[in-house]
Design a protein around this ligand. Structure first.
Ligand code: BG6
Length: 450
């Protein structure tokens, strides 16, 4: 079987940093496929390889990586693309074409049309299968996501469409389900009777100036909240699925998303120097803080506080589940602090359970302590990269790590108010937390888990 990944956006940041390393590693593991990278940036393969591929990359990978200068604006470009694909298929008896769109959403519509056209021109005396992979964000808002989907469905069945959210390929995400559903002691405390609130913190140190062309049209809401954060919320709060099959998980995720009202309490900001490298002031949000609620029987009344964005002092990704502190009140003892589960993704993958235990040499005085699981210490430092997991699933035709269209549209509905242009945007100095993050905490009477 000849498998070909036709990489739209083949000279972009995502391809360079995530996709090519993942392809290389998968080839080293024995997966067989050819990549045809498309882009405008380099005139030929030699130039492409010089910038896009490490000199240390394996020979196996390089020999299966082809490049074609492709300008989507050029109506004549489709002919040569078709011939190139046809040449790779050659005399194969069975082939699979995987069109991978790593583009900005504003180019989707055109790209989908071109893919449909190329696809309809390919002919071979072989069994020919196809798939299409669409990067996040899937669309620009609810309306455009529905439109793209409709166009996609004219040439592909839903089974052939893979909508990406690479967070679903992350070990910590999959572990959330195992932690929740494979542990009796956790399952019985994971609801609004025991949980007081949830915090999701995703602070990143890097800025977006290097990929401003993409980011300035996207902003933090489309970049991470509509997708990664919403997916995390579903994994944290969904009911137990009948099985861990993709269909059963999707049913439960959709129930969670449908119970969430459009966000009404939120703030956004942009870092001060955004766009300075290109001598422009860019009004795109790079940070947001918000509150929302999952209005299901088991999670109603548990506020979920989220803060996420760029150019922060420390890289910090964690989820904090704060439990009610009934014991402290009943025992009239302020040294008894609430229990908590802390899932840390950065800088290390750990899960902590905070408890109270007796402090030695005291008379019944308790002290908060942590029970820690450290992924690398327990399982070794070989946790697979998210993109590698995701691409492996695409090659295998397994849709378990991909959000469904229903999830995507519900997520757009939830974040819609945040996409409206008429709300104030704070300008925050780089390496500082925007003021509104602490204001949100004050107004709601909680403290960020810093
Ligand atoms: C990407 C966003 O989807 O996720 C980036 O476009 C963000 O802005 C990144 O930095 C975070 O992913 P990870 O895997 O580095 O946690």
């Amino acid at each position: 079987m000849k498998r070909i990944i036709i990489q739209f956006g083949g000279t972009g940041d995502l391809a360079l940093k995530k996709l090519y390393p993942a392809y290389e590693h998968l080839m080293d593991l024995g997966f067989e496929f050819t990549v045809l990278a498309l882009g405008r940036r380099f005139k030929d393969r030699a130039e492409f390889l010089k910038t896009m591929v490490s000199p240390k990359a394996s020979q196996e990978f390089k020999s299966h990586l082809q490049y074609m200068h492709y300008d989507m604006a050029d109506p004549e470009a489709i002919g040569p693309l078709r011939s190139h694909i046809q040449a790779i298929i050659g005399e194969a008896e069975q082939a699979e074409l995987i069109y991978y769109m790593a583009l900005q959403p504003s180019l989707y519509e055109e790209a989908i049309h071109q893919i449909q056209e190329v696809d309809s021109l390919i002919s071979c005396q072989c069994i020919l299968d196809k798939k299409i992979v669409v990067e996040k964000p899937f669309g620009f808002d609810l309306e455009s996501s529905l439109r793209y989907n409709e166009i996609l469905l004219q040439a592909f069945s839903d089974k052939e469409i893979y909508r990406i959210d690479h967070y679903l390929g992350k070990e910590f995400m999959q572990n959330l389900l195992i932690l929740r559903f494979h542990n009796d002691i956790i399952r019985s405390i994971w609801d609004n009777r025991s949980i007081e609130s949830i915090q999701i913190i995703f602070d990143e140190t890097h800025g977006v100036d290097q990929r401003l062309g993409f980011y300035e049209q996207i902003g933090v809401v489309r970049d991470t909240i509509q997708n990664h954060i919403m997916q995390i919320i579903t994994y944290l709060t969904m009911n137990e699925p009948a099985t861990l099959s993709p269909e059963d998980i999707a049913i439960e995720k959709v129930k969670v998303l449908r119970s969430i009202a459009p966000v009404s309490e939120f703030h956004t900001g942009r870092y001060e120097s955004l766009g300075a490298n290109s001598g422009r002031i860019v009004h795109t949000p790079t940070y947001a803080a918000l509150k929302l609620a999952v209005n299901t029987y088991y999670f109603a009344d548990v506020p979920i506080y989220i803060r996420t964005g760029k150019m922060q002092e420390k890289a910090k990704s964690l989820i904090y589940i704060k439990f009610r502190n009934t014991t402290g009140k009943v025992m009239h003892d302020e040294t008894i602090v609430e229990n908590g589960v802390i899932i840390t993704i950065h800088p290390e993958l750990t899960i902590d359970i905070s408890m109270n235990l007796k402090e030695p040499n005291t008379s019944w005085k308790s002290k908060p302590v942590r029970f820690r699981f450290n992924q690398a210490e327990t399982f070794g430092a070989n946790t697979p990269e998210a993109y590698e997991q995701i691409i492996k699933k695409i090659l295998q035709g397994d849709k378990s790590l991909f959000p469904t269209m229903r999830e995507i549209t519900e997520a757009w509905r939830i974040v819609a108010p945040m996409l409206e242009p008429e709300h104030p945007m704070e300008v925050y100095p780089v390496r500082t937390l925007p003021r509104f993050a602490n204001e949100l905490a004050q107004e709601n009477g909680f403290t960020w888990f810093d």
